[in-house]
Design a protein around this ligand. Sequence first.
Ligand code: NAD
Length: 420
Amino acid sequence: MSKKNSMLANALANFDKTVPLLRSEFHDDVFERLRFCKERSELRLAPQLSDGKSHVFMAYVVEHSNTLGAAKGGIRMAPDVTIDDVSALAMEMSWKCALIGVPFGGGKSGIVADPSKLSAFDKETLIRSFTRGALRHIHPLVYVPAPDMGTNEADMGHIKDAISYSQGLATTQGCYITGKPVLLGGIPGRREATGRGVSIATVEAMKMLGMKPKGATAIVQGFGNVGSVAAMALEEKGLKIVGISDVYGALYNEKGLDLKKLFEHVKKTGTIKGFTDGKAIDGRALLECPCDVLVPAATANQITEENAGIIKAKIIAEGANGPTTPEADDILEKRKVFVIPDILCNAGGVYVSYLEYTQETQQEQMTEVEVRARLENRMTEKFALVAKTATERKLHVRQAAMYLAVKNVCTAIVARGALP
Ligand code: NAD
């Protein structure tokens, strides 16, 4: 990939586009503070795995900003994750938390490993090793991780256990980690929150554009936590899922894929590949197939200047972080494709993480019905705010979302006052 479209370059380009919108309201030094991450740590983990040997893994913990509160952001486990990717994702978390209205700053971590090549035992050992290495960062008032690509609920359970064990306590005091299993203090509906949030934002966009969900078509890239739930939730809202992909393959069926059967197939085989109810096609080509809504829910830089001109969707709902490059954004804006930006579209996850955080801090219990109702309210409220700002200020939706988010963080910096 060219350096031009590294995740960090894209995140900085989006930030730099936003600064002129706020220049009359804040001094330049405020923007300068936010252009870089506050802290970037590089860890060298050396757990002993099941083969009896010690293996070296690099890991990164990055805090972009803690102005609004403890840094919040998931742990990405991928063979190619870099400290710059983690920095870009941490920066995006600052904007996402500020936009969706939760008192968290932006953070993220990364573990350089391929989860598909680790046994369950080795993955748990690596996660415990990461927890030990990152323990001086992970704290309810410092950095609160969650799942991201390559990590899941079970991993969060192991992190909580590793921390309470190291403290000699039965449990942790306060919320050190979100996205845990419900039995270990997690909140019902957290695992589904990001995908459900994507579906709520999509339907709001459809209403705004005068499109009816019933019978509309959607393509979802990625069939992990976000993609699989988004597909299911969109189907519940009446859309027909005509295309799905994962890292191993892609399927298209203009009549609509049978999701129930697809879930069963994935449960058995671990991939959508080999499912016979749709036509197997190339994963890149899938993004260009006819549909009303395209949900990139896999990884960054999927919609680029090469395919932005040919994508047929009227709405792009960014389930993934950073799936669209700034160059592609310009093309989509000219083509009047409605892009629901990641910091809004996939913010349901961090919103419900905040509910988990408050639940654990207050030793309360919330039901899934409450969680879903609050998620629906928050997503529709913030969608309306971003849409109104875009119309009033004649901004592309991403710019409107960034304007609101960066403004909130800048306002908080000024409110906290000068550092000595
Ligand atoms: P996951 O690991 O559960 O799933 C990722 C999915 O994407 C898998 O199905 C994988 O096979 C697929 N994939 C990877 N590369 C692909 C490619 N090139 N083409 C097609 N499919 C590909 O991860 P997740 O938690 O669902 O996260 C997906 C995206 O959503 C990431 O960008 C993540 O940062 C973002 N996100 C996740 C959350 C969350 O709560 N999990 C919250 C906000 C944003």
